[in-house]
Design a protein around this ligand. Structure first.
Ligand code: ZN
Length: 178
């Protein structure tokens, strides 16, 4: 199947899987907005030359948020996409604080392509923190979140300077908005 057809099949699948999910922010945006933003960022970062990475970006939260299995992703989109999604998926059996700590530890050890996906995800999340932060978060919690995102990204630097600059801009703007 052509890359264009595979990418659109993944976008359609992601929209269906996440259909009832909203973002955490006060605006309650449809979750697909986040997935499309991350997919757009990785596509720009790679000049549109890595269709599997674009597909993985569309599906990157499906295991964590929708209970989709690696086998389901492999069956429809192949092992390369599944490995990329798995590389950015937290182990939900662990407590939240431990998962956040492990994201920092694991980010530095992953492949350059998974690093680009991680960077795009954090960029989208910090843009959302500026545009529509969670309504009940005090300033301190927002500051902690931004600091944690920066700590994760510290481990992925070198993978894509363009996207790192986009992230830095999003982090600076999220800081300024608090
Ligand atoms: Zn995400």
């Amino acid at each position: 199947m052509s890359d264009l057809r595979r990418v659109l099949a993944a976008a359609d699948t992601a929209a269906r899987w996440h259909t009832d999910q909203r973002r955490k922010g006060a605006a309650q945006e449809p979750y697909i907005n986040h997935l499309l933003e991350v997919a757009h960022l990785v596509t720009e970062a790679t000049g549109g030359r890595d269709a599997d990475l674009t597909i993985a970006a569309l599906l990157h939260d499906a295991i964590e948020d929708c209970g989709i299995t690696e086998a389901e992703i492999t069956e429809r989109f192949g092992t390369d996409v599944t490995a990329l999604v798995a590389a950015v998926t937290d182990d939900k059996a662990l407590p939240k604080a431990e998962r956040k700590r492990l994201q920092i530890a694991h980010a530095a050890k992953t492949s350059d392509r998974a690093k680009i996906l991680k960077l795009a995800d954090k960029t989208s999340n910090l843009r959302a923190m500026k545009a529509s932060p969670p309504a009940n978060w005090p300033a301190e919690r927002k500051q902690e979140y931004i600091a944690w995102a920066r700590a994760v990204v510290a481990g992925v630097r070198g993978a894509n300077p363009w996207l790192e600059a986009v992230f830095d801009q999003a982090a600076a703007e999220a800081d300024a908005a608090i």
